[in-house]
Design a protein around this ligand. Sequence first.
Ligand SMILES: [Zn+2]
Length: 291
Amino acid sequence: MSLSDHTIPGVLFRASPKTAEVPLVFDSPHSGTDYPEDFDHVCPRRVLRTAEDTFVDELYAAAPAQGATLIGALFPRSYIDANRHLTDIDQALLAEPWPGPLDPGAKTRLGMGLIRRLAVPELPVYARKLGVAEVQARIDRYYHAYHDELAGAADRLHARFGGLWHIDCHSMKSVSNGMASEGAGVARADFVLGDRDGTTCAPELTKFVKAFLSRRGYDVRVNDPYKGVELVRRHGRPRENRHSLQIEVNRKLYMDEESFERNANFRKLKSDLDALVAALAEFARERVGAG
Ligand SMILES: [Zn+2]
């Protein structure tokens, strides 16, 4: 992305504030489209791409102009998923016993843990079992790099301002498939906000975003069906004045889900999200008495 001022090729980018800094960070862990050469998936790339949150980094590209920071993954989430806990691994994917603790959860059971088992229901990503060393290499090179970048930005801003607002940015298929927590064939809302049932941010942040988007005519749900996963869990510590909220936007609002092209509504959604980014920058600024 041209806005970025720091890039680890194939891994991540960071776009830093272009104006007076505010303690607001957006991160887009699933919009990466640089498929590593050693991925070795056997399912068709076109199917695997439906796991991407394509263009989500672009949708929030107004962040630096508002004084906020934007961090995005460049690797695809189907290679390794930065929004999973490191123990959320399916031993059945591996050729050897995993040397560390394992605690596979609901996402792993659905085929989309840290290392993805299924591209879509009944379509495995791999034709072989993965070696422990290759999974560890993905964790070291991609997962840790992403988390370190995000934690570095969040910690620095929190130290400077005494508060931190983090928006974890995602998109969702317009209609669920059989790998979704709500089951197959369910039409999604325009937006789903996730604060893990009120535990990752002060209620005022969720309320603010919900009211903002609702006023613009969008259908917004909260924690239904998406509550937020690892990134908001890790960064959301409201008692320390660190607030994390996940935003899922319906892909039908900005892209053709078959061709992976931006659709005619892309600019409209982008302009609404530009306005949301500006409003959130003001929200954060007011709360730390900055500017
Ligand atoms: Zn996502």
